[in-house]
Write a protein that binds this ligand. Structure first.
Ligand SMILES: O=C(O)CCC(=O)C(=O)O
Ligand SMILES: [Fe+2]
Length: 278
C-alpha cells in the first residue's frame, strides 16, 4: 500500500518522513491547485509539441518527454521548492552537506503505451551500491493518475531490498492520485511508468534530486546559464546547483562562490568551506 498524506495535515512532514522510511514512497494529495498544474502544462505545451516520442522500450514508444521545465515554466519554478519536496529531501538526503535539484521532465504517456521496465532511479549512477540513499524523486500529477491511464507503478517497501532481489509486475501497485498530487519516492524504490490502456494522455512532471556530491542528471549550468537567471531567487539558484558543497566541491575560479557568476556585483565569501543553501 502506498501511504497517502494530505498536504494541509499539520502533521504532514512527520508523516512524510515515516512513509519514506517504511514504504520508500507516499502520495501527498492537494499539494498544488489543479490550476497550477494547468499553468505548467500550458507553459510547456509549445515545447512538448517539438519533443519526439521515445525511441526505446525504456523511454516508451508513445510517450512524449519534454525537458528543461525550469527555464521554460515560471510556474514550475514557483513550486520547485515545494515544502513537501524540501521535507522529503531533507529527510532522505540530509546526511549529505547539501542535496539539490537534479532534473525534471514532463512525461506524457499516450494511449497504447506498455509498462516501462521496473527500475531503481539511482541505477543511473553506474548501479553503484552507495550504502546511503543518494536520490529523492517525485512525480507531480498534472492530469489525474489512474491505473487505466498509466499511473506510475511502484513496489512499496522495495527501497530496502538487497541488490540481487528483483520485482515482478505482480508486486506493483499504481500510484493513483488526482491532479495536483505529488508522488514522492526514494532513489531505491522499484517503480516504472504504467501501461496506458485508456484513450487519454497521462501527464506527469517527474522530479529528481540528488546529494550534492553526485553529477546532476541534467546539466543545470547549460539549462539555466548565469546570463539568463539573474532575476531568479537565490534559494532557487542554490537549489539547482549554484552552491559549493562537501569539502571543496562546486567552487568557481579562485575558490569563488558560483553565485558570483550570476551576480558579479556581489561580494560573496571565498573559500572551499561549504555554504549550506540559503
Ligand atoms: O512516467 C512514469 O510514471 C515513471 C517514469 C520513470 O520512472 C522514469 O522514466 O524513470
Ligand atoms: Fe524512474
Amino acid at each position: 500500500m502506498i501511504p497517502r498524506i494530505t498536504h494541509a495535515d499539520p502533521d504532514r512532514d512527520r508523516q512524510i518522513r515515516r512513509a519514506l522510511d517504511e514504504a520508500g514512497c507516499c502520495v501527498v494529495t492537494d499539494a498544488a491547485a489543479p490550476e497550477v498544474m494547468g499553468a505548467i502544462a500550458a507553459e510547456l505545451a509549445e515545447h512538448g509539441d517539438m519533443a519526439s516520442v521515445g525511441r526505446s522500450d525504456f523511454e516508451g514508444h508513445t510517450t512524449r518527454r519534454t525537458g528543461a521545465p525550469l527555464p521554460r515554466s515560471a510556474t514550475f519554478r514557483s513550486i520547485a521548492r515545494h515544502p513537501a519536496v524540501l521535507a522529503s529531501g531533507d529527510h532522505v538526503l540530509g546526511h549529505a552537506t547539501t542535496w539539490r535539484f537534479s532534473a525534471a521532465e514532463y512525461i506524457e504517456i499516450g494511449p497504447g503505451e506498455t509498462a516501462q521496465r521496473l527500475h531503481r532511479d539511482r541505477w543511473k549512477y553506474d548501479m553503484v551500491e552507495f550504502g546511503v540513499e543518494v536520490e529523492m524523486n517525485g512525480m507531480w500529477a498534472v492530469t489525474d493518475f489512474t491505473e487505466a491511464n498509466g499511473a506510475t507503478r511502484v513496489v512499496p517497501g522495495s527501497h530496502r531490498w538487497p541488490a540481487e532481489q528483483r520485482p515482478h509486475p505482480d508486486d506493483t501497485v499504481p500510484a493513483e492520485m488526482p491532479c495536483g498530487s505529488l508522488f514522492l519516492y526514494t532513489g531505491s524504490v522499484y517503480h516504472g511508468g504504467g501501461p496506458n490502456e485508456s484513450d487519454e494522455w497521462r501527464a506527469g512532471l517527474s522530479l529528481q534530486h540528488a546529494v550534492g556530491w553526485l553529477t546532476q542528471s541534467t546539466n543545470q549550468f547549460l539549462e539555466c546559464p548565469p546570463a539568463e537567471v539573474g532575476d531568479w531567487d537565490d534559494e532557487l539558484l542554490r537549489f539547482i546547483g549554484y552552491t559549493k558543497t562537501g569539502n571543496g566541491l562546486g567552487y568557481w575560479r579562485d575558490s569563488e562562490d558560483p553565485l558570483t557568476a550570476v551576480h558579479p556585483d556581489r561580494e560573496l565569501p571565498r573559500g572551499w568551506a561549504t555554504v549550506r543553501p540559503a
